[in-house]
Design a protein around this ligand. Structure first.
Ligand SMILES: N[C@@H](CCC(=O)N[C@@H](CS)C(=O)NCC(=O)O)C(=O)O
Length: 294
């Protein structure tokens, strides 16, 4: 087994800022705002504050799917919350998500503006608001919600467990990597068996369950999450790979993945989204080209 520095836990744990690993500069053992910062607000009723991480992409895909399905009330303004720079601890953001994590949404259409945080809650809120991407029949709805909550409960093992120790911890440790790899492969097998018998996660139709699961477990098979496709042998989960490709080809998914993205190819980065035309005129490649002409 890999040699790791010996550690004897003290009687009472004390915070040393260096022990946060890759995210030492932003991890803290307390909640609340660290600085005053108002959130911007655009012209649409729905205001999204997010980043194109797997949790953020769930919501931008849902909003683009709603718009593609003709729900014009789903027009939205999307702003970047740069979590590496601590934007999630600004007072305005903390007021809409006391948990200081993206994504968070404010709906200004009701008489009293409604804040929603937690990606699963946002998906469910939007599905109920527009009556879309969630089955109406009780058994179908129960199946859809079961998989939605399966994702919310499972992904922390993939992100906070496997991803942290495989990709971000200051040194590699066999014990936690083994433990979380075992669990993530078990989860992939759960999903693979489900998708062997169903076209989509909740059954025959594409729902918020797909939108929640796909950015994590679907994209994992491409190596774009933690660069771990080979290590996890994700190609063996053939039904997950098949479903990944089918969902990836949806126009709304192609668009949703670009919103609030601040790294990667410039043509895939749409930092702020206020209008459908932004996908044509406001991606970073277009902005860079316009600047070079000045
Ligand atoms: N359970 C939450 C998790 C959200 C979450 O972990 N967001 C991460 C980015 S993917 C974040 O904002 N991290 C910033 C931080 O931990 O300070 C959800 O699904 O919305």
């Amino acid at each position: 087994m890999t040699q790791v520095p010996p550690y004897e836990p003290p009687k009472v744990w004390k915070w040393e800022s260096k022990n946060g690993g890759e995210f030492a500069s932003i991890n803290r053992p307390v909640s609340g705002a660290t600085h005053e910062a108002e959130l911007p607000r655009g012209k649409h009723p729905l205001q999204l504050y997010s980043l194109a991480t797997p949790n953020g992409v769930k919501v931008t895909v849902m909003l683009e799917e709603l718009l593609a399905a003709g729900h014009r009330g789903a027009e939205y303004d999307a702003y970047v919350v740069n979590i590496s720079e601590g934007d999630q601890f600004g007072s305005g953001f903390v007021a809409i998500n006391p948990n200081s994590k993206i994504p968070a949404l404010v709906d200004y259409s009701p008489p009293v503006p409604t804040r929603v945080f937690e990606s699963g809650a946002i998906l469910l809120y939007l599905a109920e608001k527009f009556g879309a991407f969630i089955p109406e029949d009780p058994p179908g709805r129960a199946e859809c919600l079961s998989w939605l909550f399966w994702q919310m409960g499972s992904a922390p093992y993939l992100g906070g467990g496997f991803g942290h120790f495989y990709a971000y911890a200051p040194y590699k440790m066999e014990y936690p990597i083994d433990r979380f790899t075992m669990e993530v492969k078990r989860q992939l097998d759960v999903l693979d068996r489900r998708l062997a018998e169903n076209r989509y996660v909740a059954g025959d139709t594409y729902t918020i369950a797909d939108m929640a699961v796909w950015p994590w477990y679907g994209v994992l098979t491409t190596g774009k999450v933690y660069d771990a496709a080979e290590f996890l042998a994700t190609q063996e989960y053939v039904n997950v790979v098949r479903w990944y490709g089918e969902v990836a080809a949806r126009d709304a998914v192609v668009r949703g993945r670009k919103v609030n993205r601040i790294s990667g190819p410039l043509e895939d980065q749409l930092h702020e989204r206020h209008d459908a035309s932004d996908f044509v005129f406001r991606t970073q490649d277009r902005i860079a080209a316009a600047k070079s002409r000045c």
